[in-house]
Design a protein around this ligand. Structure first.
Ligand code: EPU
Length: 444
């Protein structure tokens, strides 16, 4: 038997009303951005996912004082004592988002020593857009194996016109934070405009930065403004919201997410409607109510940068197609290797043909069967939990750390709707402290 695992029982229709947690992918970069100011900032609606604990550790390692009131989801970060531009390489190798410290550290110190980050294995996930554009901003980058040393030629980073070949979320965020500290005007053409990037822009503007977005996807930053600490409430997590809606949909239930804006999930909701599910939206576009159809139809979809279908919902949405009537084609266009869940769903009885490493044909089946499966990334773990909810019998999912990296207590939220999910984990505490560091790194 696998040692750490999620145990998921077949569920009756899941129904209820829930609030969505704060967005993991917004809070990670916003925590990094606090290095741009001196003093104490407050973030609210912060999810206690393990990636947030890792980012807290990274900030503490370089001198920040970070307090996390998990119960109230309030995180305070005092950056007055930041003394170091070298990021802990053991942690960096475990979490790709740690590369987001490079931009703010370059602004603060004119240098940043980082490791090539890890995190979910989703293909090559190169850093060329980050590095090439830092170079355009007057930074010398030396790579020594897995280590990167960045240093500005001038005393500070310089403004520039930057063009992204692809609207990379992480590169846009890193360059935005660097641009805020560069005197003059920086333009980022073909920028990512995901809701999490917009939340970062809101934070940078609260700090005092001058940033405008020009259609279709250009961000202009007038850098060099004095910046001050902020108080900010993180946006709701559209990916947790999507996962919860899918849980209600695949079990034939109903769910109202009271705080979730429709605008962050437009295409996803459109596809759920196309499957036959009923979706209604609350006043002012906030609040999403799903009532599942008894006979969902399979729909084809293709992932892409926002506002296209989110890559982070591809895996759980594939599970929904695997038990729908008819067949469909699913194309992953963002990452070249994000189909780790396919083999595992096939193991549970799904009928999925791999066309190539970025697309599959799914033919709906009447039932899935529980068994032992392995989660390979955060969103794959979600797809397998949803599969466990609809499968006959019990499903055991190894790779609990992926689940915990992405979600705070999503298992408990699902249980509150009627699911039976248990986590058996040797590293069961959600609070990760410095003294737990060895265990944390082992578990990632
Ligand atoms: N890419 C490059 N060069 C670069 C940067 C990216 O080729 O320098 C490629 C990547 O290999 C990938 C594509 O561009 O094929 C998009 O990558 P992007 O940079 O947009 O992704 P990211 O910043 O590494 C963030 C999220 C991911 C989410 C993607 C896409 C965080 C911490 N991570 O990653 O979230 O899937 O944007 O929306 O914000 C997750 O939460 O499970 C997750 C993986």
């Amino acid at each position: 038997m696998i040692e750490s695992y999620l145990k998921v029982e077949h569920a009756q229709p899941l129904s209820g009303v829930l609030e969505v947690a704060g967005a993991k992918n917004a809070v990670l970069v916003i925590m990094a951005s606090l290095l741009l100011v001196d003093g104490k900032s407050t973030l609210r609606n912060v999810p206690a996912s393990s990636d947030v604990w890792l980012m807290k550790l990274l900030l503490e390692e370089i001198g920040a004082v970070v307090e996390f009131d998990v119960y109230n989801h309030i995180l305070t970060v005092d950056t007055s004592g930041i003394h170091c531009w070298q990021v802990n390489q053991l942690i960096m190798k475990k979490m790709r988002a740690s590369i987001l410290l490079a931009g703010p550290l370059l602004v603060r110190f004119g240098k940043a020593d980082v490791a090539v980050p890890g995190g979910c294995v989703l293909g090559a996930r190169s850093l060329d857009f980050h590095i090439n554009n830092f170079k355009k901003m007057g930074t010398v980058v030396e790579q020594d194996g897995h280590f990167l040393k960045l240093k500005t030629v001038q005393p500070s980073i310089t403004a520039a016109k930057l063009i992204l070949e692809y609207p990379s979320v992480g590169a846009t965020e890193n360059l935005l934070m660097a641009a805020v500290g560069a005197h003059g005007s920086t333009t980022i053409v073909n920028a990512a405009l995901e809701p999490e990037v917009i939340d970062l822009i809101t934070v940078l503007k609260k700090m005092g930065a001058a940033i405008t977005i020009q259609p279709p996807a250009t961000i202009v930053v007038e850098g060099g403004m004095p910046l001050t600490p902020i108080d900010h409430t993180i946006i709701p997590d559209r990916l947790e919201a999507g996962s919860l809606l899918l849980a209600a949909a695949v079990t034939g239930g109903s769910l109202y997410l009271k705080d979730m804006p429709e605008s962050m999930l437009d295409l996803f909701l459109y596809k759920l409607k196309e499957m036959g599910h009923s979706i209604s939206i609350g006043d002012g576009g906030v609040g999403i109510h799903l009532v599942a159809t008894a006979r969902p139809q399979a729909v084809s979809f293709k992932t892409g940068p926002f506002p296209s279908f989110p890559t982070d919902l591809q895996a759980p949405m594939m599970l929904a197609q695997a038990i729908a009537e008819g067949s469909c084609i699913i194309e992953e266009t963002v990452f070249e290797s994000r189909l780790g869940h396919v083999d595992q769903l096939i193991k549970m009885g799904a009928n999925i043909d791999i066309i190539n490493n970025m697309s599959v044909k799914v033919k709906g089946v009447k039932e899935l069967i529980g068994g032992q499966v392995q989660a390979t990334d955060i969103r794959a773990s979600c797809a397998l939990v949803l599969a466990g909810l609809v499968a006959h019998g019990t499903t055991y999912i190894a790779g609990v750390h992926h689940w915990k990296r992405g979600y705070e207590s999503l298992d408990l939220k699902l249980n509150s709707l009627g699911a039976h999910i248990e986590i058996f984990d040797e590293c069961s505490s959600i609070s990760i402290k410095k003294e737990d560091f060895g265990a944390v790194v082992r578990n990632f």
